[in-house]
Design a protein around this ligand. Structure first.
Ligand code: MG
Length: 232
């Protein structure tokens, strides 16, 4: 295959979302003095946050909770585990978390190296991300990734969301790329991989966490970004 346009996912593929979220929770804990609000165990605080965050994201994907409610209720439910029911504090935590998160700069190992390698080989690099426009640009700017990419396609600009076919079709249109010279590179089997395959696009599954493939058949599977050098 002679690929020319490489469409990357951002969160959990290049930008280490979990590491960045952990750092941000530490900021929230310290800056809002949660210890004085009854949250006396930081590790347990993180554990409970991740638990409620996962549940609320699942409810959001099923249309059972709005994006706005998801943002503060994951904090509120975490507070409740520490016998604090303050909605006001939960909303402050949510605001602080969302302000700080995009300033974090942890990337997966070899992110800059591989993007430089691909640029040097004259591949055209773009992003397709389900994140919000403003947030994703802040992440790219703060972690010095923006200059590698020509087009940044978000769910906001495309009016669609991975795995829906429309966001991939929109991406091809704005980049003037042909399907046969395009490939999606991402960490999410449903959104990135099955989504791309359904749109007729090849896909590289970036399997940082050794996940099961569950019957999905990516064109390529890698476990470290360095392995992209073998494909491209
Ligand atoms: Mg991702």
């Amino acid at each position: 295959m002679s690929y020319r346009h490489l469409f990357f996912d951002l969160d959990h593929t290049l930008w280490d979302f979990d590491a960045n979220a952990m750092e941000t929770l530490a900021d929230v804990y310290r800056d809002l003095q949660l210890e004085t609000a009854g949250v006396n165990d930081f590790d347990l605080f993180c554990k409970q946050y991740l638990h409620h965050n996962a549940i609320l994201w699942d409810r959001y994907h099923h249309g059972l909770v709005s994006a706005d409610d998801l943002k503060w209720k994951r904090m509120w439910r975490t507070l409740l585990d520490f016998k604090n029911g303050s909605e006001d504090l939960a909303k402050k935590m949510s605001h602080h978390f969302l302000e700080r998160l995009p300033t974090k700069q942890n990337l997966f190992p070899y992110t800059h190296e591989i993007l430089q390698h691909l640029k040097a080989k004259e591949y055209r690099l773009h992003l397709i991300t389900n994140g919000f426009e403003k947030t994703q640009w802040r992440k790219l700017d703060n972690s010095k990734l923006g200059h590698y990419f020509e087009e940044v396609i978000t769910s906001e600009t495309s009016n669609s969301i991975k795995p829906n076919k429309e966001i991939f079709e929109y991406a091809l249109k704005v980049t003037k790329a042909e399907l046969h010279e395009s490939i999606m590179i991402g960490d999410n089997l449903d959104a990135d991989i099955q989504g791309a395959l359904n749109a007729g696009m090849d896909a590289v599954f970036v399997n940082h966490i050794n996940a099961e493939l569950n019957g999905i058949r990516p064109t390529y599977v890698i476990h470290h970004l360095r392995e992209l050098e073998e494909i491209f």
